[in-house]
Design a protein around this ligand. Structure first.
Ligand code: FES
Length: 228
């Protein structure tokens, strides 16, 4: 048997709708990712698994879930990260309404983006930075790296306050302060300078820890606080 033909056995323990858990034993090629094992389960009609994904390469942001309690994109999470003698636990993202099994409704994410007036548009890569934090040559981590996967919201302890704007929207707000691109900066300031905005953040840095794209929402919130 060649190296590429070698198979590994994976046990997935999946949180299903109505509080059920189901366990599935599947075989995947060595070197596979968590998404490959989920696909094996999904391919079994009897599993009736409700699950969402698209790109397979950390671009669409749709596959996010909690793997053994930690927010991850299964499409870029190798199975070799886990002890495969034990079941791998899969749960939907926290703080979002559940649609079914591993799928959540992203409406709260986009409502928060709208609350700070974030236009989802391409940046002018040549625009000169104007933010005070950049005056000392600080590297600008572009918010456009955000793939809207929602991992930061699920990981954030401050989201227990259901009105909290959350890390993604606050990072977007900081981005607008840096480069307004026609947005009313005063309106953004009013939206975020509140207890449900930047002052509701508990500085746990969980958002930055789980962000798969290096957006660093916690850093953006700290800069916003300094700025305001
Ligand atoms: S499938 Fe697109 S981000 Fe994972």
């Amino acid at each position: 048997m060649s190296q590429t033909d070698a198979k590994i056995t994976v046990i997935l323990r999946i949180a299903r709708s109505e509080g059920r858990w189901t366990e599935h034993r599947v075989e995947v090629p060595e070197g596979s990712y968590v998404i490959d094992a989920i696909e094996r389960v999904f391919a079994q009609p009897a599993s009736q698994l409700i699950w969402r994904h698209a790109c397979h390469h950390a671009s669409c942001g749709t596959c996010g879930l909690r793997i053994n309690g930690v927010e991850k994109l299964p499409c870029i999470t190798p199975l070799s990260d886990y002890d495969l003698t034990r079941p791998i636990r899969l749960e939907p993202l926290d703080y979002f309404p559940r649609v079914g099994d591993l799928v959540v409704d992203f409406t709260p994410f986009f409502e928060r983006m709208q609350a700070i007036g974030m236009p989802i548009i391409c940046a002018d890569e040549t625009a000169p930075p104007s933010h005070p934090a950049l005056a000392h040559g600080e590297q600008l981590l572009r918010f456009e790296n955000c793939i809207e996967c929602g991992l930061c919201i699920s990981a954030c302890p401050a989201m227990r306050n259901g009105r909290f704007l959350g890390p993604a929207a606050l990072a977007a707000a900081e981005r607008l302060m840096v480069e307004p691109r026609g947005v009313d900066v005063e309106a953004v300031r009013r939206a975020v300078d509140t207890w449900d905005g930047i002052w509701g953040c508990r500085s746990s840095y969980q958002c930055t820890a789980v962000c798969p794209m290096g957006v660093d929402p916690a850093g953006a919130i700290i800069r916003l606080r300094t700025y305001l």
